[in-house]
Design a binder for this molecule. Structure first.
Ligand code: TPP
Ligand code: MG
Length: 598
């Protein structure tokens, strides 16, 4: 073996050792030749668990799911060529959803690029602006400068992926043949000597406002008695407690998106409202309760009615984002507060306390929102109790009861995440609620939930639509290879149910002078029975109905392996049922509004 192969072994030990020292515990790779040195080195490190998957598109989402549940940066590895491009959807999602990934792509050395060498594409900066940072590793030649650089880059990659806003970083790694390094790849005793000291450390702190800036915001908040806190999708630990305090001090109720981390948990949920999506819909109740101020945290909420309320009312709007984002898509005047959300909410609560207390006695604003929440909840529960047919919101009510403390629930995009918002109630149980809402893809949904299941400590469940399910079928290869457990509730409405709620469904083709083509272009019925597909992978499939769903959930939720509970619904009927439920809420809120003015 050549000295080059020995230098590669040395370089890899330094590089991977530094990844581990920086906090990496998990890596996902797909098989390939050019990536051999990386895969062997990651496998050799006792502190890193490497999982091998087949399909890079699935593996990318799998790594994303792991990072979401572990709150750590996860390493992805691909061989050269189209393999690298298949990470793209997960990288886009990670970028927008602020999920830390360190993507390592193996490549040929420069002399073999752009000269017709096989499986060689231009991988440098391939992910464009979707990667927070990208660079090219040097060929590992054993020079002291190279060794230092490899360690520094590894540490920087992890730190950059984790630094707010978290996101994906990309390192392209060239290797000359031979591709099997010559030398020990596992950490050696002399590496161990500085095991606890990173080569390049970062010491940082969350951004915080100075006291003048806090005072200025407190003055603005104190001028309003009709305020709302809107908690959007967010993974920030500690935010639930901080917002509970801010709500208490301001007298502003919290409209909690299901992905905010506020709906489920042992924190103070006194002022956490779960029915905001219904309560704020146009009608006499919201007309009488228009907020004059909104303080938003996290990403823009899933609920369209909340966005429409902001657009219609144009309240004084504060958007708090510790990562200096500009997430205000509604198009209304806004003050962006670029300071840590938890620190800022706590500082505002501390300063507000005495100010708000004096005026809160005559403030029935909070009580009114509590009444609306209770009325909406009662109307929805009552409507659901009278139903005796499958309904797409019902799985979320059943799951809120069936999932134990410490569980994780994923919702696919399209209708599942909206039904999660509509139907998952506020509960004291600690249940982590997630969805890929960075780019709202219907791809990679099962893979993401399986990645989450690979690292989560409690049971993991997923509610997914049939098209999303078919889109990501080969996720089941990962479940097989790694003996993962996941409960999937498959809402099978034989196509894209969401489009039935959109204008496309109402106009169909005559409006544009074509024969009827809604089903072909949007509904996309496929008539594929998923049972045999699931069984082909060796997993449990059950057809359940409205009455048998709860018993089936209880049966499978903590059982090992993958179970798919399929509920069949009808897309047209689904629109009718959603409108019925909304009408029941509107009637209840209408009564509240009338009572208040009577
Ligand atoms: C990767 C990707 N392709 C296409 C879309 C557009 N899209 C949004 S919802 C949807 C239909 C999803 O159908 P299904 O998963 O069955 O859920 P349902 O609408 O029936 O709730 C499609 C195709 C998307 N969001 N992401
Ligand atoms: Mg569907």
């Amino acid at each position: 073996m050549s000295g080059d192969a020995r230098a590669v072994a040395e370089g890899l030990r330094a590089f991977v050792g530094e990844l581990a020292r920086s906090g990496v515990t998990d890596a996902v790779a797909c098989p390939g030749s050019r990536s051999t040195p990386l895969v062997l080195a990651l496998r050799a490190h006792p502190g890193i668990r490497l999982r091998v998957l087949l399909d890079e598109r699935s593996a990318g989402y799998f790594g994303l799911g792991m990072a979401r549940s572990s709150r750590r940066a996860v390493v992805l590895i691909a061989t050269s060529g189209t393999a690298v491009v298949n990470f793209m959807p997960a990288i886009v999602e990670a970028s927008l959803a602020r999920v830390p990934l360190v993507v390592l792509t193996a490549d040929r050395p420069v002399e073999l690029r752009d000269v017709g060498a096989p499986q060689t594409i231009d991988q440098v900066h391939l992910y464009g602006r979707h990667a927070k940072w990208s660079g090219e590793l040097p060929l590992m030649d054993g020079a002291p400068e190279t060794m230092a650089h490899l360690r520094a880059v590894a540490g920087r990659a992890v730190a950059t992926a984790l630094a707010g806003p978290a996101g994906p970083v990309h390192l392209n790694a060239p290797f000359r043949e031979p591709l099997v390094p010559d030398g020990i790849l596992a950490p050696r005793a002399d590496d161990e000597a500085d095991r606890l000291r990173a080569f390049a450390e970062v010491v940082g702190a969350p951004r915080r406002l100075d006291s003048d800036a806090v005072d200025a915001l407190v003055a603005r908040i104190s001028a309003h008695r009709r305020g709302l806190i809107v908690a959007g999708p967010c993974d920030e630990a500690g935010l639930a407690d901080a917002l509970a305090r801010l709500s208490e001090a301001s007298g502003f109720p919290i409209l909690a998106d299901p992905l905010s981390g506020l709906r489920a948990g042992s924190h103070d949920r006194t002022n956490v409202l779960a029915r905001g999506d219904q309560v704020v819909r146009p009608g006499p109740w919201i007309d009488a309760h228009r907020p004059t101020m909104v303080i938003r945290f996290g990403a823009m909420p899933t609920s369209k009615p909340i966005a429409e309320l902001l657009r219609a009312v144009r309240p004084e709007l504060l958007v708090v984002d510790g990562d200096s984002g500009w997430r205000e898509p509604v198009g209304v005047p806004v003050t962006h507060v670029h300071a840590d959300a938890v620190v800022t909410a706590t500082a505002l609560a501390d300063r507000l306390g005495p100010v708000a207390n004096g005026s809160r006695a005559e403030n029935d604003w909070l009580d009114a929102w509590h009444s609306a929440e209770a009325a909406a909840g009662a109307a929805m529960d009552g409507w659901l109790a009278r139903l005796d047919e499958p309904f797409e919101g019902a799985p979320f009510v059943a799951l809120a009861d069936a999932l134990p403390d410490g569980a994780t629930l994923w919702a696919g995009n399209s209708m599942p995440v909206r039904d999660l918002d509509g139907w998952f109630p506020s509960t004291a149980r600690r249940i982590a609620l997630h969805s890929n809402r960075g780019a709202n893809g219907i791809d990679g949904v099962i893979s993401t939930a399986l990645g989450s299941a690979a690292v989560a400590s409690g049971p993991v469940a997923l509610v997914v639509g049939d098209l999303s399910f078919l889109h990501d079928l080969n996720a089941f290869v990962a479940a097989r290879l790694h003996r993962l457990s996941l409960t999937i509730v498959l809402v099978n409405n034989d196509g894209g149910g969401i489009f039935s709620f959109l204008p496309q469904a109402a106009t169909d083709a005559p409006a544009v002078g074509l024969p009827a083509n809604y089903e072909e272009l949007f509904g996309t019925p496929h008539a594929i029975a998923p049972g045999p597909l699931v069984e082909a992978f060796g997993f449990d499939h059950r057809l359940v109905d409205h009455a048998s769903l709860r018993a089936a959930l209880a049966d499978v939720i903590s059982a090992p392996g993958v179970a798919v509970l399929e509920i069949r619904t009808d897309r047209d009927r689904n629109v009718v049922l959603h409108r019925e439920a909304a009408a029941a809420v509107a009637a209840a809120l209408g009564r509240l509004a009338t009572d208040a003015t009577a």
